[in-house]
Design a protein around this ligand. Sequence first.
Ligand code: ARG
Length: 399
Amino acid sequence: MTDGSVKRVCLAYSGGLDTSVILRWLIETYDCEVVAYCADVGQEEELDGLPEKAKASGAVDCVIRDLREEFARDYVYPAIQGNALYEGTYFLGTALARPVIGKHHVEVARETGCDAIAHGATGKGNDQVRFELAYRALAPDLKVIAPWREWDLRSRTDCMAYAQKYSIPITATVKKPYSIDRNLLHISFEGGVLEDPWRAPDQSMFVMTTNPEEAPDTAAEVIIGFEKGLPVSLDGQALGPAALLARANQLAGAHGVGRVDMVENRFVGLKSRGVYETPGGTLLHAAHRAVESITMDREVMHERDRLMPRFAELIYNGFWFSPEMKFVRAALDESQTNVTGEARVRLYKGGLQVTGRRSPVSLYSEALSSFEDAGEADTYVQADATGFIHLQGLRLTGE
Ligand code: ARG
């Protein structure tokens, strides 16, 4: 492989054991230079000292990009507009972050003169697919290197031994009990004891949400404001996407809202058990649907509902940058033109209820729906229902 085919590789790097070992392995295997790239999508990991660490492992350069605002605005918010839930349950926290990380990975690779691009995702997961489909769509000329599918390191012990051999600086040596992925939208846990789908997660595992049993005895109420389907305010205060999402996480997380425990179908063909905490996302999804309920035309809503699972599947499978995604998103955007208003949501011990919705462009008419007689203003003539039902029932009488 040291045939000089690769001169400079841009590696998605976190400073952890895996990517530190990969960094050195790339240099040894390809006799190339490595540029480390780190995306901040709100994983709350220490980024101070990362460039020094990367260089100590052999990198020629280290680029850190703060993508929190872009992630929230251009990826999380469209998913909320489209009510994207994979298999009806997963809020897609990891799947939504991959394309923005991939997009900037390609940019950094170009800016630093790289001819190849590498990531630390394993050969069994969805993330390799998501990253590489993004690279294909945005930079088909860059060579892709996925060390986990190439090298002969099989375990954590192998990686530790490799790190020792090359004096790679490693900070944490304790084995992580789970495979964790965190960002502004969620935290996910997989692997370890969770691989038994019957085994309940340990309470000590959770990070973003309070145990519902220990959540406050008094409920909290939050009002979320939307404009064209996008969250714009929280309790009347206008906030940008990243700030609003962070605040929603705090509020819903404190009440234990947003935990999901599921077995999902990975794109690569495996079933896998995952536990997720998506507090703010859960709150925003519920509030969004509540505002839609009074502002969306019935038939538009039902057409949109048919697109929802497809949209979620495209996100999950890594087709963010694809022609079909462009098409689906254009339809979803169109469906949101009147979704402006507010919803009030009550948070209590792990649960959430919508308790009110209002909108300046509401399609809901109290007069039309009322059980009370609306008098002359009433355009709904109850007698008309007789003919309506009669015609609907013609086919059903069997005559
Ligand atoms: N199963 C989830 C998904 O495919 C979460 C993946 C988490 N990734 C990780 N490298 N730990 O979106």
